[in-house]
Unconditional design. Structure first.
Length: 533
């Protein structure tokens, strides 16, 4: 009778373990973001999904170790699947590519795996705000690198690190991992950039760290120093240093503390909650908390930013600074500003509407405001879940002139990565410009031709000007469509990617209005363009 009971129990356990869906697919459907010198080294993922009736919404992306030279795909990868799926947690084990001297190769694979899980969140019964990363040894370094460096959809919500390589400091790193990832001759700046204990911030995801005191391959100080850095930045973290075990045990049960470790990890996982409450966030703040870089003659004209962040589970890492029009004499902030925020947030793009100051004949006033708004977004990139390399600018009418001025003339953190222009004033040439914008920006008395040329964005285009989306109505009687056409032609001549849409009618100022006859078509074209890069 006891033997029969034991058989039934074992059958139930076996059935539970087998109750998962498993498939393998290539990580990259097309060309990888970063190519490897080894064309035969292909990135793949092994996906293990729990039954939908037990799925908790949690998912973990696993990066096996191997010194950035090979991968221990079993005990540090696929062998973990039953442990997680039995708890209702989806598992994605990444067979990532080796760096061969190009550190971006494995990093791009790990980040894409996180994005893949979120793209398939609905189909895989995953909560996009409960996607974590797990790594072993060098895979732990890769996991911690993604946890401290990645932005937007590539950023994990938690991290699990087993005997991880954390630092690239030659004094206590694993030199094999160091050399394979960064090269033997890596300079100190590069080593510091990938010493993850130096990259922790208050926004680094919570962590569970496991290592053994007698590890003679990766010094325990790697994990301990990372834990201390998390603690200093008030990041929730758990550190388990076991008396013995050496290095590389993974899920092998010969590890003396195997069952204790699994129990503690299971308890930690059970407490995980989404990193955000899933709501979009909006708030306003002064652009210049103190004294503006450029004074305005109107002391009562104060610059302000209105920030609209998308739901965390939708965030793509992109942001756009929106400059409403108004001929440099006022701002159509509703139709050409706030009216666009939902469109962008629904696409996972943060929208920052700028209430910039009027020039009163001093063009440096609105220009300094627009540049500061770009810099502000990048300063808050980590806090707002934004990729600093995906911050664009959008402007309508005179706001389009200001946006194109920033796009063609600004540098460094003030320079946008893309531009969206609606019926923009581009030229300050009196024969082509909108004279109200011209006079309010440059003044009415003795305006120099050189100043008009300086603020004619079509004259300022170079091959470094960011890509553009431009739209006009053919019957615009306020701003000559030749402004947009000439700008597009200059972008084309300088090999800058650009799209120009001239609708048959609609006049000027349609902005986000649904009464614009081609409103739906416009949104489709803009969304398609935004997804194209």
């Amino acid at each position: 009778m006891k033997r029969y009971f034991l058989s039934v129990v074992m059958m139930a356990v076996t059935m539970n373990i087998c109750a998962q869906e498993h498939f393998v697919r290539n990580l990259w459907n097309g060309k990888p973001h970063t190519e490897s010198v080894d064309k035969a080294d292909t990135a793949r993922v092994h996906v293990f999904l729990p039954n939908s009736n037990v799925a908790t919404g949690r998912a973990v992306v696993i990066l096996p170790g191997g010194g950035y030279e090979h991968l221990a795909m079993g005990h540090e990868g696929t062998d973990w699947a039953p442990f997680f799926t039995n708890q209702g947690i989806a598992v994605v084990v990444v067979k990532y590519r080796m760096p061969h001297g190009n550190r971006h190769v494995p990093i791009s694979d790990a980040e894409e795996a996180i994005r893949m899980v979120r793209r398939n969140a609905e189909a895989w019964n995953v909560n996009p705000s409960l996607v974590g990363i797990m790594g072993f040894s060098a895979g732990g370094h890769l996991a911690a690198t993604v946890a401290t460096h990645a932005q937007g959809q590539a950023r994990p919500d938690f991290q699990i690190l087993f005997y991880p390589v954390i630092t690239m400091d030659r004094g206590y790193t694993h030199m094999g991992s160091h050399d394979n990832l960064l090269g033997k001759n890596a300079d100190r700046d590069l080593e510091d950039a990938f010493s993850n204990e130096l990259q922790v911030s208050a926004n680094t995801p919570k962590a569970f760290i496991v290592l053994s005191d007698d590890d003679d391959v990766v010094p325990p100080a790697n994990g301990v120093n990372y834990y201390q850095a998390l603690l200093q930045h008030h990041v929730e973290a758990a550190l388990h240093v076991y008396p013995s075990g050496g290095h590389g045990y993974g899920i092998n049960n010969y590890f003396r503390y195997h069952y204790e470790m699994l129990t503690e990890l299971k308890a930690w996982l059970a407490k995980l909650k989404p990193t955000a409450n899933g709501k979009a966030v909006s708030f306003s703040k002064p652009l210049w908390p103190k004294k503006p870089a450029v004074k305005s003659s109107d002391k009562n004209d104060v610059a302000q930013v209105h920030v609209f962040l998308p739901k965390p589970d939708r965030a793509t890492g992109r942001a756009v600074v929106i400059l409403p029009g108004g001929a440099y004499g006022g701002l159509a902030i509703d139709n050409e500003g706030f009216g666009w925020t939902r469109f962008f947030n629904d696409l996972g793009i943060a929208a920052i509407v700028l209430k910039y100051r009027m020039p009163h004949g001093n063009p440096n006033v609105p220009v300094s405001d627009a540049e500061e708004a770009m810099k502000m977004v990048r300063r808050h990139a980590e806090e707002w879940r934004i990729d600093p390399a995906q911050v664009g600018i959008m402007g309508s009418s005179a706001g389009g002139h200001l946006a194109s001025t920033i796009a063609t003339q600004s540098k460094d953190d003030a320079r946008p990565d893309f531009q969206i222009l609606f019926y923009p004033v581009i030229s300050m040439d009196p024969a082509l410009t909108h004279m109200g914008s011209h006079d309010n920006l440059l003044g009415t008395k003795k305006v120099k031709k050189s100043d008009e040329a300086r603020y004619s964005s079509d004259v300022q285009v170079t091959r470094h000007t960011p890509r553009a989306f431009i739209t006009f109505a053919n019957d615009d009687s306020l701003v000559n469509p030749d402004n947009g056409i000439n700008y597009y032609l200059q972008l084309y001549r300088n090999d800058v990617p650009a799209s120009l849409y001239i609708f048959p009618d609609g006049e000027h100022g349609y902005g986000s209005q649904t009464t614009f006859r081609y409103h739906s078509q416009l949104l489709m074209e803009l969304e398609s363009w935004l997804r194209s890069f």
